[in-house]
Ligand binder design. Structure first.
Ligand code: IMP
Length: 435
């Protein structure tokens, strides 16, 4: 498969990094296509734990070139820190990180504006990661952003450009009661970043086209998840980028028809961090149990994640939006001790039965999930081979496939690289058009 795309199937934190790490061993290029330092992609290798934010998770494989795609918003100072941290842990990154000239930069005023708007919103705001993501994408859409290509300007030009943007944004900060930034100070910070990052900035599109044409294996790495997508998520409780498959085309410059496999990553249950509707959320002991067993605390912010049962209606909708060809199911082992497991198979909205994840977050908030209960397997699955996976665990997998209308190809049973099963392909599903 020359081009493989990995997308988050829920509200992020599905364990994408582990699957990307698994797939990346056979890749030549890994390209991130959206988001920025709001992501926290954790890879566990033996006793080492890496938490990637902006650098694609493929960096641990020496033959992989990592590309930060044009759909990203990059915090340059945080990127340098991340690169230095990775290098300090013995990973040779020299010449292996390319930054798209089209990517936008997150500047300090974006972070201040993100924090200010979170503090100002009633009811706790969106619950953003406070990394400046929405203001940076807003500037991109308003055509007032600074792009990575600007890092290749002369120092004098760049200083002038950054200082002018800071002055303009200081007016907004002042209006909102936030202390203004020093234009010269921010310009110096970006000039410092320029020295390190400018050599990595290039038009990454021809690089990717040539890689594909030359038969190289390319993996597109999604961040966040489909239900946080700016268009398809629970707006306004979403991130500001296109996390779904469409975003991979615009965020890399690779043509949509060129994706050979679209792998959707789904956790065996659901989690959400931040605010917004979550139909299958369990607020009592079940939610707490899932959180503790699954260690559901944010990588970027440390916030406890909200937890609940697998939502097959949302998952089926996500499979359709993305054209998912294969599913990787993660953290199945977290359910090992449950006496029974529940799956949401439809919703009630007033008097109606709903089989599609609604377009309007107010409807999502009003849904009453309808559940099917399956017996738990009450056996440890970590360390299982395909042959000794408990029958009831396999029944759960097969039932999810039916409900979601897509084959599950990979099953992850723990954070370690080795805790992964590949399921045999068992032919097409009989019904693919119930929605
Ligand atoms: P932002 O992307 O920081 O603007 O945050 C918007 C929403 O997306 C908030 O609910 C965040 O908690 C959520 N979010 C952003 N990045 C991630 C992620 O990597 N994992 C899970 N949730 C995320």
């Amino acid at each position: 498969m020359p081009v493989t795309l990995v997308v988050g199937g829920q509200w992020g934190d599905e364990g994408k990094a582990k699957i990307i790490d698994y797939l990346a061993r056979g890749m030549d290029v890994v390209v991130r296509y959206q988001g920025g330092a709001n992501a926290g992609h954790t890879v566990v290798v033996g006793n080492d734990r890496f938490a990637f934010r902006q650098v694609p998770s493929g960096i641990l494989y020496p033959r992989v070139t990592c590309v930060l795609g044009g759909g990203m918003v990059i915090d340059p100072t945080a990127l340098i820190e991340e690169i230095d941290e990775i290098a300090a842990r013995g990973v040779d990154i020299e010449g292996r990180v390319l930054v798209s000239a089209q990517a936008h930069l997150v500047l300090p005023y974006h972070v201040l504006l993100d924090c200010e708007s979170e503090d100002r919103r009633e009811g706790g705001g969106i619950g953003t990661t406070r990394k400046g993501i929405a203001p940076a994408y807003a500037d991109k859409a308003r055509r007032e952003g600074i792009r990575a290509s600007d890092l290749t300007r002369s120092p004098a030009d760049l200083r002038q450009l950054v200082a002018a943007h800071v002055k303009e944004n200081n007016k907004i900060l002042k209006l909102r009661g936030v202390k203004a930034l020093s234009p010269a100070g921010v310009a110096e910070q970006i000039l410092k970043a320029r020295r390190r990052l400018a050599p990595m900035v290039t038009d990454t599109r021809p690089f990717l086209w040539q890689a594909v044409a030359g038969g190289k294996q390319v993996l597109c790495e999604g961040a966040q998840g489909s239900l946080l997508d700016i268009d398809h998520g629970t707006y306004p409780f979403v991130t500001s980028s296109s996390c779904t498959a469409g975003g991979a085309a615009t965020g890399t410059g690779l043509p949509p028809a060129g994706f050979d496999a679209i792998v959707g990553i789904f956790k065996a249950y659901c989690t959400r961090v931040g605010n917004g509707p979550f139909p299958t959320e369990e607020k009592g002991t079940t939610g707490k149990r899932l959180r503790e067993i699954g260690r559901e605390y944010g990588t970027v912010t440390g916030r406890p994640r909200r937890c609940g049962w697998f939502d097959a209606v949302a998952a089926r909708t996500v499979v359709k939006i993305n054209g998912v060809t294969d599913i990787a199911l993660t953290k199945l082992d977290v359910l090992d001790t449950f006496e029974s497991v529940k799956v949401c198979t439809s919703y009630r909205l007033g008097k109606n039965t709903i089989n599609v994840f609604p377009a309007d977050a107010r409807d999502v908030a009003a849904l009453k999930p309808q559940y099917e209960t399956l017996p738990g397997w009450e056996q440890t699955t970590t360390g299982s081979t395909l042959d000794d996976l408990p029958k009831r665990a396999m029944d759960y997998i097969r039932r999810l496939e039916e409900l979601v209308e897509c084959r599950i190809h990979l099953v992850s049973l723990g954070p370690e690289r080795s805790a992964m099963l590949t399921l045999p392909r068992v032919g097409p599903l009989s019904s693919l058009s119930s929605v």
